[in-house]
Design a protein around this ligand. Structure first.
Ligand SMILES: [Zn+2]
Length: 323
């Protein structure tokens, strides 16, 4: 039986590669991957998303890792989540890699991985030991472990940004759960009105979840585990005017469809069939496959309760779509 203090000591002794350069002060001149991954895992526990102590590479984990990453790293630094996911097993038994069937031998002989694909092929999940699972499940001990990670590995000015991101992550999880609840009281949403970062992140999560990461227009579904989401959440009736974050006022759209929707090149009618603007055919620089979406039905969300509101679609058709 390990105590919380022992885990705090283990978390305070993570090995990290050195970083050099002028802008490395935020992370005390060391690579921040491992502490940021553990912060992301703590957030997943807060959401109840880790079962049996099995941490899997998931779009949620990748998204959290990336959000922390850009709080401390320059914009051109690529968040390679597979690095700490693999190398954390060298920091103690608390993080044990479980191989995909048939690859047990190869995994034990590897001392590095070359890519996300490599990790995906070899590693099924990371198994946390039961005592740590117990502490990560409890809010108070999560706070102790989070404080160790933030205070030990980041400069004082950076610590505040990471704490702020942790608060936003927790709020966004709650907000998306509220938005996806079968019935929502209006008051439940009011408290989020003054928290735009929480709203943005929570709305995106709710809508993308409702559509299972599929673009409602072209149907593309690319699930990346490293936080590079292919699908975004678009408001149908602009939020600035509607103040409406309900999933029925949202569409999960890939970046191209999102841009085309916001520019009025794509829309949908009252029967939820896709409208393609005549303006599109005059633009030779816009990919032709968008024109082929005309009259096709929108890909629906898994739960029809979240189907796009036809009044909102009509607003978009009237105010944004270029007829
Ligand atoms: Zn699309």
């Amino acid at each position: 039986m390990h105590s919380l203090e022992e885990y705090a000591r283990i978390f305070a002794r993570l090995t990290r590669a050195p970083r050099s350069g002028a802008d490395t002060g935020d992370t005390l001149k060391k690579a921040p991957h491992k502490p940021l991954l553990l912060l992301s895992v703590l957030d997943l526990f807060a959401d109840g998303a880790v079962q049996d102590g099995r941490v899997r590479l998931s779009p949620d984990l990748g998204d959290l890792f990336q959000r922390y990453w850009y709080r401390v790293m320059p914009p051109d630094a690529i968040p390679r989540i597979w690095l700490p996911f693999f190398h954390l097993h060298n920091d103690g038994d608390f993080w044990q890699l479980v191989a995909t069937p048939g690859n047990e031998r190869e995994l034990t002989t590897r001392d590095a991985l070359t890519s996300l694909r490599d990790l995906d092929r070899l590693v099924l999940y990371a198994q946390l030991d039961p005592d740590l699972v117990m502490y990560m499940t409890m809010a108070e001990s999560r706070t102790v472990l989070r404080d160790v990670l933030i205070q030990r590995y980041f400069a004082p000015a950076t610590q505040a940004r990471l704490l702020e991101q942790a608060t936003i992550n927790a709020g966004a999880f709650e907000y998306s759960r509220t938005l996806l609840a079968p019935r929502i009281a209006a008051e439940a949403l009011e408290e989020y009105a003054a928290r735009p970062a929480v709203r943005d992140q929570g709305f995106r999560r709710a809508v993308v979840t409702a559509y299972d990461h599929r673009c409602a227009m072209c149907g593309i579904r690319i699930l990346t585990m490293d936080g590079h989401a292919a699908v975004e959440a678009a408001h149908i009736h602009a939020w600035s005017e509607s103040k409406n974050d309900m999933p029925t006022n949202g569409l999960a759209l890939c970046r191209l469809c999102h841009w085309s929707f916001d520019e009025g090149l794509l829309g949908a009618d009252r029967l939820r069939a896709i409208l393609v603007s005549p303006y599109l055919s005059t633009q030779r620089n816009i990919p032709g496959h968008l024109a082929q979406l005309a009259d096709r039905p929108l890909f629906p969300p898994a739960n029809v309760q979240f189907s796009p509101d036809v009044t909102a679609l009509a607003w978009h058709q009237r105010r944004v779509f270029r007829a």
